[in-house]
Design a protein around this ligand. Structure first.
Ligand SMILES: C=CC1=C(C)c2cc3[nH]c(cc4nc(cc5[nH]c(cc1n2)c(C)c5CCC(=O)O)C(CCC(=O)O)=C4C)c(C)c3C=C
Ligand SMILES: [Fe+2]
Ligand SMILES: [Fe+2]
Length: 344
């Protein structure tokens, strides 16, 4: 390719994390995150009151304590795993064809800065890759909002494409099979739990085409063109594909949803309830996959790896192991490279 040809810009975007574990920084992060109407989908005034008068003040000190448990010399795992992914992707892609930037939807490095750098490189096209395997308005939808909010100020808008989801990508499935196999080679398990980040049920209903999704097994249990964007349906589909790929016994597999916030109904079954059910059935050894996340973060390391483990053990469980996330696994890097090249 000629050196004069314009390149394609790639913007990897993950969710975001506080700049430090100081309570003030955590509060700032929570405020930006939860004031996003796609995350707390209430009208502005009730959202502002809920976030600024209730959630941020009370949650920030508690969350800051949790962030201190996982913070490293390189900062937040979500951030440094995404940096490592970017660095490996840069080495993998043809430098004559691609410029790669990474950003966080909330806090830093910002999407604004990433796009500015791509613009400086005079790219002809931008591929935005939100690092969320399953589509949700609160994640992928929000990344698209932010990118377009910035691009609407530009005189020249190059072509911009968004990767919507990648649950069916063979290298995504292969990468999970690899990290899972490493764990399964070391020990035997009675149960394989697939715990995904949850969502308020009303957000699924709002996105439901012709009211198709009623949050039952009938709709979410199949993956069809009618529920192709249903987050819950995509999560069950991810489990089915991974079970097939890893040849896990179907009667030893469960799908559940974690990280509920507030009192409204979120998508079920809740991971907390499944833990009780497993313990009551006498299940002792559980291997947990968390395939809504591609990088280890607060929700995997602390919530699944520590809090749920403690609950399971209190109820008589013996082993609760978390499969590490994809982070910068080489097959996962190949998957990202392929998502870029096939969208170029
Ligand atoms: C996997 C995709 C994610 C979806 C979907 C999602 C929806 C969602 N999240 C909240 C509230 C919180 N999430 C928090 C942390 C967090 N969430 C995701 C991903 C998804 N969220 C990640 C990767 C992380 C970890 C960030 C890190 O720094 O490690 C938090 C903050 C942490 C805490 O205080 O517990 C909140 C709050 C809502 C309300 C929501 C959908 C509506
Ligand atoms: Fe979240
Ligand atoms: Fe559904």
């Amino acid at each position: 390719m000629s050196k004069n040809k314009a390149k394609t810009g790639v913007l990897l975007v993950n969710l975001g994390t506080p700049d430090s574990t100081a309570t003030g920084d955590v509060r700032k992060y929570l405020r930006e995150f939860l004031m996003d109407w796609r995350v707390i989908d209430f009208p502005f005034i009730p959202r502002w009151m809920l976030v600024n008068l209730i959630i941020a003040p009370f949650r920030a000190p508690k969350s800051a304590k949790e962030y201190r448990k996982l913070w490293t010399e390189r900062g937040s795992p979500l951030l440094f795993h995404t940096e490592d992914l970017r660095d490996k992707l840069v080495k993998k892609l043809d430098p004559e064809k691609y410029v790669v930037e990474m950003a966080m939807r909330y806090q830093t490095p910002s999407i604004e800065n990433g796009l500015k750098n791509l613009n400086k490189a005079n790219v002809k096209k931008i591929i935005v890759l939100p690092l969320f395997p399953q589509y949700a308005s609160a994640t992928n939808g929000s990344v698209a909002d932010k990118v377009m909010e910035i691009a609407k100020e530009w005189q020249i808008v190059p072509s911009i494409s968004f990767v919507n989801n990648f649950v069916e990508h063979p290298l995504f499935l292969q990468a999970w099979a690899e990290v899972g196999k490493e764990m399964m080679d070391k020990a035997e398990y009675d149960m394989f739990l697939f715990s995904y980040h949850g969502l308020p049920e009303r957000q699924i209903r709002k996105g439901s085409v012709e009211g198709y999704c009623q949050l039952s097994d009938k709709c979410c249990g199949n993956y069809t063109k009618k529920n192709q964007f249903c987050y819950r349906g995509q999560c069950f589909h991810t489990t089915r594909l991974l079970v097939e790929k890893m040849q896990l016994p179907a009667d030893k597999v469960m799908t559940c949803f974690q990280s509920r916030l507030g009192n409204d109904p979120w998508i079920k079954p809740y991971t907390e309830d499944v833990i009780k059910e497993l313990a009551a059935k006498g299940i002792k050894k559980v291997l947990v996959f968390s395939p809504a996340f591609v990088a280890d973060c607060l929700e995997t390391i602390v919530e699944v790896g520590e809090e749920y483990k403690e609950k399971f053990e209190e109820l008589g469980g013996e082993e609760w192991e978390l499969v590490p996330s994809l982070n910068s696994n080489d097959t996962w890097v190949d998957c990202v490279a392929d998502l870029v090249e096939s969208n170029t």
